[in-house]
Design a protein around this ligand. Structure first.
Ligand code: ZN
Length: 97
């Protein structure tokens, strides 16, 4: 007669789940980006954030150091990375009528 062997695979899955848990925690940490200022330079007296973004043209989005590196603003960088539409600046007329 055949005898059933207890399958130890379940124990194996347990270990795997633990592993994925850890991996997930690491990934979440990595994408959280608590600083939020991305690649742009911090603004200060010698490097004021007074220039428009070269992509969306919103004023006061980047600093001279950013411009020298060819950076765009955070919104545009995010849009590029995630495939969002860029929110272009349409001039000073606030069209909220
Ligand atoms: Zn921009």
């Amino acid at each position: 007669m055949g005898s059933y062997e207890l399958d130890d695979d379940d124990a194996g899955h347990w270990v795997e789940d633990d592993y994925y848990d850890d991996d997930w925690a690491v990934r979440v940490n990595r994408f959280a980006d608590p600083g939020g200022e991305s690649a742009l330079y911090a603004a200060d007296d010698s490097n004021p954030r007074n220039l428009p973004c070269p992509t969306c043209h919103w004023p006061n989005r980047i600093t001279p150091a950013d411009k020298a590196r060819g950076y765009q603003c955070d919104a545009c960088a995010n849009a590029n990375e995630r495939g969002y539409d860029i929110d272009y600046y349409e001039g000073d007329d606030d069209s909220d009528d």
